[in-house]
Design a protein around this ligand. Structure first.
Ligand code: FAQ
Length: 330
């Protein structure tokens, strides 16, 4: 029902004087750290921006299963296979919690899925890269889940109640995912030369795409200012990207791997690492649908949706039968 309004305008944040009394009262609740709940009044822009971000996040979890599911049948040991199955299954769960959170804003899951399949809604750029070797399972867990946690831990304090609560469980699970990825990297790095080379190659391919996960640099971010004023986002894209680099560099050193950035250096004055920005033209081309796996990812999702129609129809028919039996008995 709100689908047609999903694209937030990214127009500037309203000043106190530009707000209506109702908007000022709403902003005061946000500023006081109160949670906004589904039945509370909220500005249309707040609702639409949340639908956009939560919907995109849900789609990312669902599409994000694909690069790893690709390796379940080829995991090197039974234990690794069991861990990977559990991880991929967790991602499905995250997608479902997030679709439920979005539904509380007045949009249906079917509408959201339609928009994913038609390309009207985005999912994270990272899932348009291929996973070429087993070491990529390590790099995805370590870097992709690592970046996801960096972004999502602050979202546990986001202003919208159902989103914040969904993030609590998601973050707990993501932290297991990050560790299973790092554990794979440790095993590869302590293995033979060929295995260590595979780990380095995976890091080389995933480093810059992982940095892109945080979104464009702050000067190009359309939504940050308003999203932060409404506490839909708690940090800017660049703040989180910097934090991720600072936390990940020592982990790479521990593994004996080299971050593929010759400009990377610890800045003694700031205490942070200076680093090379990702290639933003590559990021924009992925967002336009021209990444290495965009077409394949959407085709696989659309096929799974179509092939699952009989399950959804059967469950609906069962629910209707039960409801009519209950009504007849009552
Ligand atoms: N990919 O104005 P901003 C995961 C778009 S979950 C694609 O800065 P915003 C778990 C953005 O939508 C990963 N598009 O936007 C997992 C906007 O376009 P629009 C997902 C991107 O929203 C692990 C435009 O660019 N996490 O990985 C990206 O303020 C392993 C302008 O950007 C979340 O969704 C991108 N990387 O900031 C699963 C977390 N970046 O909508 C499986 C929640 C930006 O106007 C396996 N989301 N865009 O058409 C957020 O925190 C924010 O939405 C950002 C973007 C930070 C992603």
């Amino acid at each position: 029902m709100y689908a047609q309004m999903i694209k937030s305008t990214g127009q500037g944040v309203k000043s106190d004087e530009q707000m209506t009394e109702q908007e000022r009262a709403f902003q005061a609740r946000i500023d006081a750290g109160e949670k906004i709940e589904p039945k509370d009044w909220m500005p249309d822009g707040y609702r639409n921006n949340l639908i956009r971000q939560i919907g995109q996040h849900a789609h990312s979890e669902i599409v994000g299963q694909l690069p790893e599911a690709n390796w379940i049948t080829r995991a090197p040991t039974l234990e690794r296979k069991a861990n990977l199955i559990a991880k991929v299954q967790d991602e499905a769960g995250h997608g479902l919690y997030l679709y439920c959170a979005a539904e509380t804003l007045g949009i249906s899951r079917d509408e959201l899925v339609d928009m994913l399949h038609s390309g009207a809604m985005k999912y994270s750029s990272i899932f348009n890269y291929p996973t070429l070797t087993w070491a990529d399972m390590g790099a995805v867990g370590w870097l992709v889940d690592g970046a996801a946690i960096m972004n999502q831990v602050p979202l546990q304090r986001t202003s919208y109640g159902p989103y914040a609560r969904a993030m609590v469980r998601i973050c707990k699970e993501e932290s297991f995912h990050q560790r299973q990825g790092f554990h794979i990297m440790m095993a590869m790095c302590n293995g033979n030369q060929a295995q260590k080379r595979m780990a380095q190659d995976a890091l080389n391919r995933f480093w810059f795409p992982a940095l892109m996960m945080f979104g464009p640099s702050d000067k190009d971010s359309v939504h940050s200012a308003q999203s932060m004023a409404w506490k839909i986002k708690m940090n800017t894209n660049d703040e989180l990207r910097q934090k991720f680099v600072d936390e990940t560099v020592p982990q790479a050193h521990y593994l004996g791997l080299t971050i593929p950035d010759e400009q990377l250096v610890l800045n003694e004055d700031t205490g942070n690492h200076d680093f090379t920005e990702p290639d933003w033209s590559e990021f924009h081309s992925i967002l336009k649908g021209d990444g290495p796996c965009n077409v394949e990812r959407l085709e696989v999702r659309a096929k799974a949706w179509e092939e699952g129609a009989w399950v959804r129809d059967g469950m609906m028919a069962h629910a209707e039968k039960r409801a009519s039996r209950k009504a007849a008995a009552g």
